[in-house]
Design a protein. Structure first.
Length: 132
């Protein structure tokens, strides 16, 4: 069993986002079961002017306690069991899913949840790409 863990941060490092959107300092909870896969997640959120909360646990009630006050929640689908997503649904938590911890996957999920778009990625979503 992984230990429960919560990280908070508000400093941007050097991540260069692919998608062009602003989270306006809203809190974004990332739900994942493995601490070893969290590298870079805070920087992705901070690059979009969000405040990250990384919730690492396999217990739905502990996760809910960590993310219940977040403005937006993203579940990392391949690293969270179905009981977690079902439990968060039961608590009324609205979230988007990223299949993996890949940077673009997480950015797309944050964009969808912050714009009231579908939970999972779909071909018809027109994501705003940063113009270089």
């Amino acid at each position: 069993k992984h230990s429960d863990y919560q990280e908070k941060s508000t400093e941007n490092k050097s991540y260069k986002p692919t998608l062009d959107f602003n989270l306006d300092y809203k809190t974004v909870g990332i739900v994942i079961a493995d601490k070893g896969l969290t590298n870079g997640l805070k920087e992705i959120i901070e690059a979009h002017h969000g405040i990250p909360i990384i919730a690492i646990s396999e217990n739905v009630n502990r996760i809910y306690g960590m993310i219940k006050n977040c403005d937006y929640v993203v579940l990392i689908k391949n690293y969270v069991n179905h009981n977690i997503s079902q439990g968060l649904n039961d608590h009324g938590v609205k979230f988007a899913m990223a299949k993996t911890v890949g940077q673009l996957e997480v950015e797309k999920a944050m964009y969808r949840i912050s714009h009231a778009l579908p939970t999972e990625d779909q071909n018809n979503i027109d994501y705003p790409i940063f113009q270089k």
